[in-house]
Design a protein around this ligand. Structure first.
Ligand SMILES: [Zn+2]
Ligand SMILES: [Zn+2]
Length: 352
């Protein structure tokens, strides 16, 4: 049921008026029809599950189960495949790793190997044809379109080139890679059978809510980070990057919406300047909690000075530090001692 990343590889090179390959040939993406089918089913199916949820068809415990696995799957993406495996922004023990792998596999966003590969290339080549999620190809492409098309050959080259040695040397991750389809299927059958077996939920209700709608929410949370978070919002840390800070995305993704910050400092385990619940950064808060109980360690964090230097050098002026700096020389009116001496002299010499 997960978008099939394997079908993206080894595609024929066709024509496209938008981009050229390094050999000068024109490129046109090929539609990946199986992925189009999965996307259509998941998005339409979400509303079936939503209908059941809104008409109070599930039992009380099913609501709890639905909520729990939706949140845990989302967190396995933000904490696990994103901050831990893609960016190596902290390390963890095997217990936490296996828990994250369990819910990440249930979330169904391809194997960890493929997710990391795609994400690292996205960070290295944002705003270019080499980026699998290239925002220049439009909102829809960055949101779900890229799942449904073959990769640009220049992107495929980088996918093969990107450093994946750490992932390849991890036996647990490579086990998940090898048996991904089987593991995904088993875990999602389990997600539907648990409400049916333990509290006699209807299999139909459990399927549409705990599998389809839940899957769609997990999938959409990721997609908005790739799309909206490159189109709408502020760029406090680097105005030259497409990635934005967007509070709506932050709320929906447990702290992943500080995407401008994240593209500037991808090795920061906060994924943001601030890692507390006041900034809706549940992912960072939980990594700190795991560190407290000894499950996480080696957390990488950017210093305040590093952030301030970068904000002043490349930010778009929306950062509060930038405001503070900017206001140091702001003028309240005539007579303000911050008026430049030459300006003051000129003002004094003005006649009516
Ligand atoms: Zn990232
Ligand atoms: Zn991005």
């Amino acid at each position: 049921m997960a978008p099939d990343s394997k079908t993206h590889h080894n595609d024929a090179l066709l024509n496209d008026e938008n981009s050229e390959q390094s050999d000068g040939k024109k490129f046109k993406a090929r539609v990946q029809w199986p992925n189009v089918g999965v996307n259509a089913f998941i998005h339409a199916g979400f509303f079936v599950g939503l209908y059941y949820l809104l008409t109070l068809r599930p039992l009380g415990l099913t609501y709890l189960w639905f909520f729990a696995i939706t949140v845990l799957c989302n967190l396995s993406v933000t904490i696990g495949v994103h901050r831990l495996w893609s960016h190596r922004s902290f390390k963890c023990n095997r217990t936490l790793k296996l828990i994250l792998m369990f819910f990440y596999t249930m979330a169904g966003q391809t194997s960890i190997f493929h997710w990391v590969q795609i994400h690292r290339v996205h960070h290295k080549f944002s705003e270019t044809i080499k980026d699998p999620l290239d925002f220049n190809r439009g909102f829809f492409f960055a949101h779900v379109g890229w799942y449904c098309l073959s990769y640009h050959p220049e992107c495929e080259k980088e996918m093969k080139r990107i450093d994946m040695d750490d992932i390849k040397s991890d036996k647990d991750i490579m086990f998940q890679y090898k048996y991904y389809d089987v593991l995904f299927t088993i875990l999602n059958i389990v997600s539907v059978l648990i409400p049916w077996y333990f509290w006699n939920e209807s299999l139909v209700v459990a399927f549409w809510t705990c599998f389809v709608s839940r899957f769609a929410i997990n999938f959409t949370q990721l997609n908005f980070t790739n799309s909206a978070n490159h189109f709408f919002g502020t760029r406090p840390y680097d105005k030259a990057q497409s990635a934005t800070d967007n509070i709506a995305c932050t709320l929906f993704s447990f702290g992943e919406g500080y995407h401008n910050y994240h593209h500037v400092f991808p090795y920061d385990y906060h994924g943001a300047e601030f890692g507390d619940l006041g900034h809706y950064n549940l992912s960072a808060f939980l990594i700190d909690f795991f560190a407290t109980i000894g499950w996480a360690h080696d957390r990488k964090k950017v210093s305040e000075d590093m952030i301030k230097r970068r904000v002043l050098r490349t930010g778009d002026g929306t950062h509060f530090l930038a405001h503070e700096e900017a206001h140091k020389t702001s003028i309240y009116g005539y007579g303000d001692k911050d008026i430049e001496p030459e300006d003051q002299a000129e003002l004094e010499n003005m006649t009516d």
